[in-house]
Write a protein that binds this ligand. Structure first.
Ligand code: HEM
Length: 468
């Protein structure tokens, strides 16, 4: 687009573009200093624009023209190129899936007692498990993962797993494969030249044998669960997302075309893909921040002790009394910027943004990490200070300007209320019962471990002590 006023950015070479590796927040900070709030880089052949300003992110992501995901066939490798699920779909398929999920997450309990009870049950399991580690230094226990998975399983299929269950271990391995080992499958979108290599070489480079294996396992695993739901389906008493979905499939509505078993499997994997690593790592960040800031931790504990008797776990009912905890959770969400550049969007029609033209096909990344450290919104942004979310009378004030850990606009996180409920109940239960601290003569490392497009905490030792 030589005639167009495109966002500025470094010069790029054909085929490789100008990125040496996956871009990390440090690169974005540097590029923003040099080129301003909107800049453009090229990853292979893909033109990407990074938006680093809160108002511009809000403006862009409320536009329909910026609400699609990239139209890359290989994003849908699980379903042989067919668009399905919710995170990566577009148009009517996406609208339908998003509407179905929002309605059902609401009906099945986001904000209702069903889900709260499920989370409470997992909180108890977490507390029981954490007790086993009293006084010993070690990594945060795996029970965090099981608790988060069980909440989604309850919602999706009315089932939960015990800590050492073999099936849940193989399911975790499957999710890990999908998230870490099969990313090579996306490479041809950035480097189309890979499509012209001999087939045996492409298969090897893109690990396509492994991909086929993973695909088979996903459908085998879900196939069994869907079949057992079909056998027990009661149209008057849908128990979970799978039941609701099967009922939609049987309806003769004009949206019926969007519901299929293939799509159901993909949708469920989307819920795990979006809701598992995110929420479990946020809970890890929470424990690590508490270990690093003992004064904040003891203030939270005091607040919990004042509001909740020690013989039972805190619950949603105490939310209005646990205002400082709420502020701490918000500050941890801000400081950790778990998904620093959101999830890719794609421009579907030329638009203007911040004085530049974003042409059709441009990929957009909204940089929450930059907004979360923008001094226009946050005083001393690099300081961990939960009080920034409190007013003078000790009440929590949810600052909205500059804060977007769950994204913004039409694609904003669909599981936000669920994630918030989990973070609240799990953090309250853990801090009521335990104190976190660094191992003797060590400090907690709060710098993130770069992991693809997320900022997860580094694996490290922490001491869990039972509160007397
Ligand atoms: C602390 C935990 C979480 C964080 C920080 C988080 C963050 C995000 C972000 C940044 C996006 C992208 C927004 C965009 O594209 O503009 C997103 C999308 C999404 N999230 Fe979450 N999320 C969390 C937990 C969850 C949970 C628990 C679920 C559901 C079980 C969930 C389901 C989704 C889905 C389905 C999408 C895609 C929405 C769409 O494309 O329409 N997330 N999330």
């Amino acid at each position: 687009h030589p005639a167009k006023n495109l966002p500025p950015g470094p010069l790029s070479l054909p085929i490789i573009g100008n990125l040496k590796r996956v871009i990390v927040p440090e690169d974005v900070r540097k590029l923003r200093k040099r080129y301003g709030d909107i800049f453009r880089v090229k990853a292979g052949c893909v033109d990407m624009t990074y938006i680093c300003n809160f108002n511009l992110m809000k403006e862009a992501f409320t536009k329909t023209e910026c609400s699609d995901r990239p139209h890359w066939k290989n994003l849908h490798f699980l379903t042989d190129g067919r668009e399905s699920g919710v995170i990566l779909t577009n148009g009517e398929q996406w609208q339908n899936a998003r509407r179905f999920l929002l309605r059902n997450l609401r009906d099945l309990g986001m904000g209702k007692s069903f889900l709260e009870a499920a989370i409470q049950e997992e909180a108890q399991m977490l507390v029981n498990d954490f007790r086993k580690y009293d006084g010993k230094a070690g990594h945060l226990p795996m029970s965090i993962n099981i608790a988060i998975l069980n909440v989604i399983w309850q919602l999706v299929a009315s089932r939960r797993y015990e800590l050492n269950d073999k099936e849940i271990q193989s399911f975790i391995a499957l999710l890990k494969f999908l998230q870490e080992d099969v990313v090579s499958v996306f490479l041809p979108s950035f480097f189309p030249i890979l499509n012209y290599l001999p087939r045996f070489l492409t298969r090897k480079l893109l690990k396509l044998d492994l991909v086929d294996d993973v695909k088979q396992n996903v459908f085998k695993f879900m196939g069994n669960i869907i079949e057992s739901h079909k056998a027990k389906l009661d149209p008057d008493n849908p128990r979970d997302v799978i039941d609701e979905y099967l009922l939609e499939m049987n309806k003769k509505s004009n949206t019926a075309a969007f519901f299929s078993e293939l799509d159901l499997t993909r949708t469920i994997f989307d819920l795990f893909g979006a809701g598992f690593d995110t929420t479990s790592n946020m809970l890890r960040w929470m424990c690590l921040y508490m270990a690093a800031y003992p004064d904040v931790q003891s203030n939270v504990q005091k607040e919990i002790d004042d509001a909740v008797p020690r013989d039972r776990l805190p619950s949603q009912q105490e939310k209005s009394q646990l205002q400082y905890l709420e502020a701490v959770i918000h500050e941890v969400l801000r400081m950790s910027s778990l998904i620093p550049f959101g999830v890719s969007h794609c421009v579907t029609q030329d638009i203007q943004l911040g004085g530049y033209v974003l042409p059709k096909g441009m990929i957009l990344q909204g940089c929450s990490v930059i907004s979360h450290e923008d001094p226009n919104y946050w005083q001393n942004p690099h300081k961990f200070n939960p009080n920034r979310f409190m007013d003078d009378s000790g009440k929590f004030v949810p600052q909205k300007e500059g804060f977007l850990p769950f994204g913004t606009g039409r694609r904003q996180c669909l599981g936000e209320s669920l994630a918030r409920m989990e973070l609240f109940i799990f953090s309250a239960a853990l801090l009521q019962n335990f104190t976190f601290s660094p191992p003797t003569s060590k400090v907690i490392d709060l710098s993130p471990r770069a992991f693809l497009l997320a900022q997860f905490p580094k694996f490290q030792d922490i001491v869990i002590t039972i509160r007397k």
